[in-house]
Design a binder for this molecule. Structure first.
Ligand SMILES: [Zn+2]
Length: 482
């Protein structure tokens, strides 16, 4: 696999570093179809860990999984005016099937609101059928030519949750509950700190009343939208006649929410934690949390070391740790270290003849520091403590970096200066005028990432718009973004 060429450093060219790291770790590859990507086993394993945890979290909220078809009648998209306008430019359309031209073209889902709410109209009759809480794990297609592995591809994997509620308050509460779930997942599992907040109207999901998001800051100080949760209001309910009999016998439209995160999170993980040696995977999401590398020279040593390594492997697995023994012959230990390091395995155990005799193993951490000898006795327990501490360290390091690259109370001058230097999250007052927002985007390529939730707002509330000087209606966070 790996070539021995040194990776481009993050400082030299972050974008080149990102692509090289992903290719070398064998997370993904380019597809023969432009705009698409192949997710390789090492990348898919991270996605599977993400899926597993998110799925549990959704189910804890009473959400059930379902599956809706890939193909949607084109007319469905036109039923919600803003929705079709938002998605029309990126649709892939099927016009032929079985050698014949179709009566009505079918679009490959760019998102599934229309097909799902057309079915909800059939399934929901009474307030007793509510709330209806569903999620699907699926692929979607949004025609996209500027590919960036995991971050922007024509086809990607995601989950999309779709719910229906009796009133606005319940829909809003569910939208925000999911937003907090995404935040918990990002911080506790990905070790990636995020801001939570609301999108401005220009960044709102096409067809939604309000869009909320989690936003992370990557190591190159560009922002990444990592997840969104939408209160759809009654827009889709009206378009698809999703009505219910309320408890007073009258007929009402339901209130919907939809929310999603995608394989983009794998890219976010790489760009949050990776270093000049490759990927660093937080222990909780690692395919292998520990890799064991046996070291031997003679056949006799080999037999002895492999037996001890195999015993350690079984003990770690029994202790609930995802461990792998790299027993390949003909690959030198140093080459194995290099390979696993590039792939981001959090911990490596080295076992040689002297370690076997002493009942020890050598522990190396992906995040650096000295190798330390560990007793094989109680090793699973010790490693679980080590994993927890690495998980916390990664989150804290990312949070510190984000805060060091954030600026508050900006003026037009300090904002332009900030962008001209390294950039990052810039907090300032905003007049609430979409024209002002568009002008800033045009001149600086920075967008409002969110109107931050209270927890993230500055202690001193800005009084004027940082750009136009008119009175501020809110605080906003600007950044250049992926
Ligand atoms: Zn303004």
């Amino acid at each position: 696999m790996a070539d021995d060429k040194k990776l481009t450093t993050r400082a030299a060219d972050f974008s080149a570093w990102y692509n090289e790291v992903i290719m070398r770790a064998e997370l993904a590859d380019y597809s023969p179809v432009r705009g698409c990507m192949v997710i390789r086993p090492n990348g898919y394993a991270i996605w599977e860990q993400m899926q597993r945890r998110l799925d549990e979290m959704f189910k804890d909220h009473g959400v059930q999984n379902a599956y809706f078809p890939l193909l949607i009648p084109q007319s469905f998209l036109s039923k919600e005016a803003e929705h079709v306008e938002g998605f029309a430019p990126e649709l892939a359309v099927v016009t032929h099937g079985g050698g014949k031209e179709l009566e009505e073209p079918l679009v490959i889902r760019p998102t599934s609101e229309t097909i799902i709410y057309s079915m909800y109209a059939k399934w929901i009759q009474s307030y007793r059928d509510l709330p209806m809480l569903m999620n699907q794990w699926a692929n979607v297609v949004r025609w996209e030519m500027r590919t960036r592995l995991f971050l922007r591809t024509a086809e990607f994997l995601w989950q999309e949750g779709h719910t229906a509620h009796v009133d606005e308050a319940e829909a809003e509460a569910f939208t925000l509950k999911i937003l907090q779930t995404y935040r918990t997942f990002a911080e506790e599992w990905m070790a990636m700190p995020v801001l939570t907040g609301r999108k401005t109207d220009s960044e709102r999901f096409a067809g939604a009343l309000r869009t909320y998001c989690i936003e992370a800051l990557m190591q190159d100080n560009k922002a990444l939208q990592a997840g969104t949760s939408h209160n759809l209001g009654q827009n889709f309910a009206k378009a698809f006649q999703v009505t219910f009999q309320n408890d007073k016998g009258g007929l009402d439209y339901v209130w919907n929410t939809s929310w999603g995160v995608s394989t983009r999170l794998v890219g976010a993980l790489v760009m949050t934690h990776g270093d000049d040696n490759g990927v660093i995977t937080p222990p909780r999401l690692a395919q292998y949390q520990v890799v064991i590398v046996p070291i031997y020279k003679t056949d006799e040593e080999r037999a002895q070391v492999l037996a001890a390594a195999d015993l350690t492997l079984r003990e770690l697995k029994a202790g609930g740790i995802r461990a792998h023994l790299d027993a390949r012959d003909g690959v030198k230990p140093g080459a194995k270290y290099y390979e696993w390091e590039g792939r981001g395995v959090p911990f490596r155990l080295e076992i040689g003849p002297r370690d076997v005799a002493a009942g020890k193993v050598m522990l190396a951490r992906r995040t650096g520091g000295r190798k330390v000898p560990m007793d094989t006795q109680g090793l699973a327990h010790t490693l679980r403590i080590e994993m927890d501490s690495m998980q916390v360290e990664l989150l804290e390091a990312a949070r510190t970096r984000r805060e060091q690259n954030s600026i508050r109370g900006i003026t037009k001058g300090s904002f332009l200066d900030f962008l001209a230097r390294d950039g990052g999250f810039a907090y300032g007052g905003w007049c609430g005028d979409g024209k002002c927002e568009a002008e800033i985007k045009e001149e600086t390529k920075a967008t409002i990432r969110c109107l931050p939730d209270e927890e993230f707002q500055s202690p001193v509330r800005p009084e004027t718009c940082m750009w136009c000087g008119r009175p501020a209606t809110t605080e906003a966070v600007w950044a250049r973004a992926y």
